[in-house]
Design a protein. Structure first.
Lengths: 225, 700
């Protein structure tokens, strides 16, 4: 209760005082109240009974295709986030996908190499290409680069083995795709991680790829080419 | 994509909840005194490097508020404010409160190993008048992952119950309060203490101890009755940042403690927040489109203003303002001011990305000059082709840094493109402001500030402060200091200058020569003093060493917060020669030698630990020829200071921070005029030693 009163006091002060000529500088008090309010709201929706019931029906493939542009679906389980994203930059095999609120995912041949705007971002990566991922039993080194403690660049290096599991069918927004399921098992002295790919021809149709310690995995689905 | 707003809102929403994972191993917890330990006794443990904690404890009628900082992996320090209420119940007097401030230092001699316990030696209240003074050696061993056992030997207060003799002789009285009481340390009766910690769940811990503190002082005053040496209680850890404890003390008292635990190295927001940058714009291959690389565009009269306008639009998204743009067919130099992004490398990276979109393909070299108070702080030269090649490369931060050159900013190029209405520029703001003078003591109020930039480096600025809530001394009495009252009439300024003009100055910043920076500030410099202040700093971009000279002539202002000088008739010329040294790993040292406000002569030594994300914790001490008696209680001026960037706490992009300077006692000796815009701190951010630690943010 005291917390709420404190927030109310700060909110009053922030509203009272958040004025000035510098529009580029957000009021930190206002921001504090904002993030507290957000945290409270999301906690409420997370705990509240029937919180899931309010979610509107997912869009249909027809809805998505009528925009006539490539679409990727990104799901971040640890954030409870689910977004359809569009291309904001393309340089050869490297494609950057953006949400409307300033988060980007950069993939090379469908393999994640950078994120921005998530907070604990993947800053860069030495990652395999699709060719490597289709070679059963193939090994490679994978290096992830982050901003670690105190924003210092840090890395995690893994030795990875490709395991081609076999043919499968996956359905993405009502369309079935014949794919090869592949796992990439990566080890380092301090731990292991697994990336999973569902590859159609040489296109990664669907994947579950590790980003960083605090984010965990992101699930990608290539909905519209 | 009608679902996108909802989905992306969800994404934005959930980022606010990111936090560190739950603590798995056994906590190295704090005690009622804000030191690593059991309940009232210390332990052999140390906190994680750089941890900053704020503890408030209620022990019967005693309040202890302690700030602790793990200065290095082994060394930690504390600063404590302690209040005994009902102090004069048995001895009626003016005040029923007794207050004391104390400093602690602890050093971990041994880190815990498979067979070796953690071993710490500590000094508690080692410079005060001895009210809370103790010395101790404590050993702690963990058994399994739930049980910890501590045993130790204490002197002073911690040697006052169950003593085993005086191994190092008699304990003399404190002879010189305020200075380190080294003749007392480890002297007098020694007494053993011990305790256990048992982790019940990840959140709950049980603690029990045998205390060797007899609470002689409190028993004499009738504040605490001590029936038993045994204390026990439970602690509850709530997330990584909060811990609560509730205990039974000495068979008669209850105690409560709350610890706020902050790890400067780990952002509370989980990472660097803020929107993703725009991608670097790739130029066409020269072979494919040689015309694009033609430099003929430089002769077009309207090219400059157009480029500048387009750049300004792109940079405004990141709160970056262009001061100047100069170019040839192959090189562009842009001078920018970053108003929002808190890290130099990120501001530089965003500027480079904008240049890649706007500058014609023939421009291969980007020179980015961050400007602070109108002064070019450094020049970061980036080859455009490196930017293009490395954008998606693995380890791109290190690779780019190897190819980037950081040099002195140099003069503004003669062909720089005009101001585009940037100057003169008027800015104002009305914002809440917290002024902390002690833990849990200070002012919350509103500050109305305004500034007018005539041209780069020439600024008229002012601020008025009105207190809304205050619990500082506002008695309005003149102090009884025998020195000129340059600081000690604080209560008069707090009482009468409300609202008051805090500051009204005309400041001129310049770059007189390579590696040299200068400042002249004239007017109402601070709440208590007005006059003129001049400073010159020598600081090569890649040098760990900087040297500076400052000279001030000031008059003491009236306490009513107005423009007058009729109350004190005090004027003084002060000045310092300063050496600054960056020891690496974030440790900064500073030595100032010169004349202080009360006319005393001496030196100030400061050490700060700064973090790439803007956190800063430091301590300082000033010794002058003002005697202990003239200075007052503390013998000489000393204190600690800290600054916490708001972006670290909340994730919002802002350059604002919350901080305070805390002193055990404010005297008139060793005081310096408090002028804004001192040079070293202004420009350091963009020099090599500050850009390198978080250079990775250039791609953020």
């Amino acid at each position: 209760m005291t917390m709420n009163r404190l927030i109310a006091t700060f909110a009053a002060l922030a509203l009272l005082a958040a004025c000035g000529s510098d529009k580029s500088e957000p009021s930190p008090m206002g921001a504090a109240v904002g993030s507290l309010a957000k945290a409270t709201v999301s906690r409420v929706s997370g705990n509240g009974a029937g919180g899931q019931a309010k979610a509107p029906a997912p869009p249909s493939r027809a809805d998505i295709e009528k925009y006539g542009m490539p679409i990727l679906r990104a799901v971040i389980p640890t954030r409870g986030a689910d977004a359809l994203v569009t291309i904001s930059d393309q340089k050869g095999p490297v494609v950057t996908w953006s949400t409307t609120d300033g988060t980007t995912f950069t993939l090379r041949e469908g393999v994640l190499i950078q994120t921005r705007g998530l907070g604990p971002d993947l800053m860069s990566a030495a990652a395999p290409g699709v060719g490597q991922l289709l070679r059963d039993g193939g090994t490679h080194q994978r290096v992830y680069y982050f901003l670690g403690q105190d924003d210092v660049s840090t890395r995690r290096t893994y030795d990875c083995t490709v395991d081609v599991k076999g043919r499968e069918s996956v359905t993405i927004f009502g369309r079935a795709h014949a794919v090869t399921r592949v796992t990439e098992e990566c080890k380092r002295p301090l731990g292991t991680l697994t990336n999973e790919y569902w590859i159609e021809g040489t296109t990664i149709r669907k994947s579950r790829q590790w980003v960083s310690g605090l984010i965990g995995h992101i699930d990608f689905e290539r909905v519209v080419d | 994509m009608h679902s996108m707003p909802r989905l992306s809102a969800l994404l934005a929403l959930s980022t606010a909840l990111a936090g560190a994972p739950a603590v798995a191993e056994m906590n190295r917890s704090l005690n009622l005194n804000g030191a690593t330990g059991l309940i009232d006794m210390p332990s052999g443990d140390a906190q994680d490097d750089a941890r900053f904690t704020f503890s408030t404890a209620l022990v019967g009628s005693i309040t202890r508020t302690t700030l602790s900082f793990q200065i290095t992996e082994r060394l930690s320090g504390s600063f404590r404010f302690q209040t005994w209420r009902d102090w004069n119940t048995l001895f009626p007097a003016d005040s029923d409160k007794f207050e004391d401030r104390s400093f602690d230092l602890r050093y971990q001699i041994l880190k815990e190993g498979a067979y070796v316990p953690a071993l710490t030696i500590g000094l508690q209240d080692f410079t005060g008048n001895g009210t809370f003074a103790s010395e101790y050696v404590a050993a702690t061993k963990t058994f399994g992952n739930r049980l910890k056992v501590t045993a130790g030997l204490g002197w002073g207060r911690m040697g006052s119950f169950g003593g085993i003799g005086e191994p190092f002789g008699d304990r003399p009285e404190v002879s010189d309060p305020g200075t380190p009481n080294s003749d007392q340390w480890f002297r007098g009766e020694a007494a053993p203490f011990a305790g256990v910690e048992y982790k019940i769940t990840d959140q709950w811990t049980f603690k029990a101890e045998y205390s060797s503190d007899d609470y002689v002082l409190e028993q004499e005053r009738g504040l605490i009755e001590r029936d038993s040496p045994f204390n026990f209680g439970f602690e509850y850890q709530r997330g990584p940042n909060m811990r609560y404890g509730l205990y039974s003390l000495y068979g008669t008292e209850a105690a409560f403690v709350f610890h706020l635990i902050l790890d400067p190295k780990t952002r509370a927001a989980g990472g660097v927040m803020g929107a993703a940058p725009v991608a670097v714009k790739a130029r066409p291959a020269r072979a494919a489109d040689p015309d694009a690389y033609d430099g003929g565009w430089v002769t077009q009269a309207d090219a400059g203003p157009l480029l500048r306008k387009n750049l300004a639009k792109r940079l405004a998204v990141d709160g970056i303002v262009i001061e100047n743009l100069a170019y040839t067919a192959t090189t562009a130099q842009i001078r920018v001011r970053s108003n929002r992004i808190d890290a130099g490398p990120q501001a530089i990276g965003r500027t480079a990305r904008a240049l890649s979109h706007v500058m014609p393909a023939s421009v291969e070299t980007f020179e980015i000059v961050p400007v602070v108070n109108g002064m070019g702080a450094s020049k970061v030269t980036i080859r455009r082709s490196d930017l293009e090649q490395l954008e998606y490369a693995a380890n791109n931060a290190t690779l780019l840094r190897q190819r980037v050159v950081i040099t002195d900013a140099g003069p503004v190029p003669a062909n720089a493109v005009g101001d585009d209405g940037l100057y003169p520029k008027f800015r104002w703001g009305l914002k809440p402001a917290v002024k902390m003078s002690e833990p849990l003591k200070g002012d919350i109020g509103l500050r109305l500030s305004a500034s007018y930039d005539f041209r780069p480096g020439l600024v008229l600025s002012g601020a008025i402060y009105k207190s809304v809530f205050s619990n500082v001394d506002r008695s309005g009495e003149y102090s009884d200091s025998t020195l000129p009252h340059v600081r000690t009439d604080n209560s008069r300024y707090s009482k009468f200058a409300d609202p008051g003009l805090e500051q009204l100055t005309l400041a001129w910043y310049a770059r007189p020569a390579e590696d040299f920076y200068s400042r002249v500030t004239f007017g109402y410099l601070e709440r208590m003093h007005a006059g003129i202040s001049g400073e010159v700093l020598w600081k090569p971009v890649d040098s760990r060493l900087a040297l500076g000279v400052e000279v001030n002539y000031t008059k003491q202002r009236d306490t009513d917060g107005g423009l007058g000088f009729d109350e004190y008739y005090y004027d003084v010329t002060t000045g310092h020669v300063s050496a600054y040294y960056d020891f690496g790993n974030g440790f900064l040292g500073q030595l100032d030698v010169g004349k202080y406000l009360a006319g005393d002569v001496g030196a100030t030594l400061s050490v700060d630990r700064v973090f790439a994300n803007g956190w800063r914790v430091g301590a300082f001490a000033t010794v002058t020829n003002a005697t202990s008696a003239e200075f007052g209680e503390g013998a000489f001026d000393k204190g600690i200071r800290f600054s916490i960037p708001l972006t670290w706490a909340m994730g919002t992009e802002t350059r604002q921070s919350f901080g305070a300077t805390l002193r055990p006692y404010t005297g008139d000796g060793g005081a310096r005029v408090d002028v804004n815009g001192r040079l070293y701190e202004s420009i350091r951010e963009y020099h090599t030693q500050s850009l390198d630690p978080d250079w990775g943010r250039v791609w953020r």
